[in-house]
Design a protein around this ligand. Structure first.
Ligand SMILES: NC(=O)c1ccc[n+]([C@@H]2O[C@H](COP(=O)([O-])OP(=O)(O)OC[C@H]3O[C@@H](n4cnc5c(N)ncnc54)[C@H](OP(=O)(O)O)[C@@H]3O)[C@@H](O)[C@H]2O)c1
Length: 328
């Protein structure tokens, strides 16, 4: 925990995040969860950087339309440069429909998988806890289905694709014993009271990190011409802390946010960096922190973590295959 806190303080207080300047001319980019927060700021930067089309993938169309209007006005660009598409990350059908629509694009150069939830309240839909449904299963399904779309586009345009998962440095604080079970890891998380609710967010980010890394390992850039990364924006002001966490926690959180947090605009820059057209190939399958390739994550990449990752990746990709095949 101590190295995590030191690194976090160094990152939040002493590191400046570069203003994005790379040119996205002619490119099409998807940003999920972009009606607000970091996603909206990232989309705004990418429009400003001349992207031909930025797709705001949102669960509530009216919120997406309002964000699009704000981006179009502030960047002073023609309205057709920003599109709003429906995507509910808690619905497998919505994700499949979204990918089908994406496959009909003339090109798709980059995707920022940003949509996510953080909550201190138990919430489930059809027996699936919300962090597991949105941050984990929905996100891995989208990652798996969108990768071939980016790959086909890269083949066709000759322009290297980029896909990033917006993760969190909090995954480094996960307690690996949360994942210990003789059976299914998801089943353990989908049953209330097995794990403290406050651990779900960081645990969900770790599970998605392991899955993204597995997909990246199986999809080398030399074969696919698509760079896959996980990145963290650091601690940023946004709507993510919208939940009522109780009085004490809320006061503590507000105080630490005031001291530490980046603005959503600055956080959004890190998302843009992770899909920038000149992202180096050696970023593939790496965790990006402060717009840099990080050294790794010793606390979660030890023998125990790697054994969990192996078991987990088998479970989640089998489930994703069942969802794709209509069997789950
Ligand atoms: N802020 C931070 O300090 C921080 C730090 C590390 C990582 N992150 C990560 O950064 C990403 C963006 O978070 P943020 O801070 O910008 O939070 P935010 O302001 O709450 O934005 C989250 C976005 O995700 C969308 N979303 C949630 N559930 C969805 C669903 N089922 N289907 C589709 N979209 C859904 C939200 O849509 P609605 O508005 O409709 O709810 C919203 O657009 C998240 O993955 C978060 O975990 C944030």
């Amino acid at each position: 925990m101590a190295p995590f806190v030191v690194n976090m303080l160094r990152s939040q207080l002493l590191t400046s995040i570069p203003y994005p300047t790379s040119d996205f001319s002619g490119q099409t980019v998807i940003v999920t969860g972009s009606n607000t927060g970091l996603g909206r700021e990232a989309a705004k930067h990418i429009v400003r950087l001349n992207a031909a089309k930025v797709i705001l993938a949102v669960r509530t169309i009216s919120k997406g339309t309002a964000a699009a209007a704000d981006i179009i006005t502030s960047c002073n660009v023609p309205a057709e440069r920003v599109e709003v598409w429906a995507l509910d990350m808690s619905s497998h059908q919505s994700i499949k429909d979204f990918v089908k629509r994406s496959a009909n694009l003339d090109r798709l150069d980059a995707a920022v998988l940003n949509a996510g939830v953080m909550s201190y309240a138990w919430s489930e839909q059809d027996g699936v806890e919300q962090h597991m449904g949105v941050n984990v299963v929905g996100t891995v399904l989208l990652l798996k289905l969108l990768h071939p779309v980016l790959q086909r586009s890269a083949e066709h345009t000759g322009s290297r694709g980029r896909m990033t998962l917006v993760g969190s440095g909090l995954m480094n604080t996960a307690n690996l014993s949360d994942f210990k079970t003789p059976g299914s890891i998801l089943d353990k998380f989908n049953e209330q009271d097995n794990i403290p609710i406050g651990s779900y967010y960081r645990d969900s980010k770790l599970l998605t990190f392991y899955a993204t890394r597995h997909l990246a390992e199986l999809s080398p850039v030399a074969e696919t011409n698509v760079i896959v990364t996980v990145q963290t924006p650091g601690v940023c002001e946004s709507d993510i802390f919208r939940d009522d966490a109780g009085l004490l926690k809320s006061v503590a959180m507000k105080a630490s946010m005031a001291m530490l947090a980046r603005s959503a605009e600055v956080g959004g820059r890190t998302l843009v960096h992770a899909v920038t057209p000149d992202l180096p190939v050696d970023a593939h399958n790496r965790f990006l922190v402060d717009c840099q390739i990080s050294d790794g994550a010793p606390g979660i990449d030890n023998e125990e973590g790697l054994a969990i990752a192996k078991k987990w990746n088998k479970e989640i990709f089998e489930l994703v295959d069942e969802i794709v095949g209509g069997r789950a």
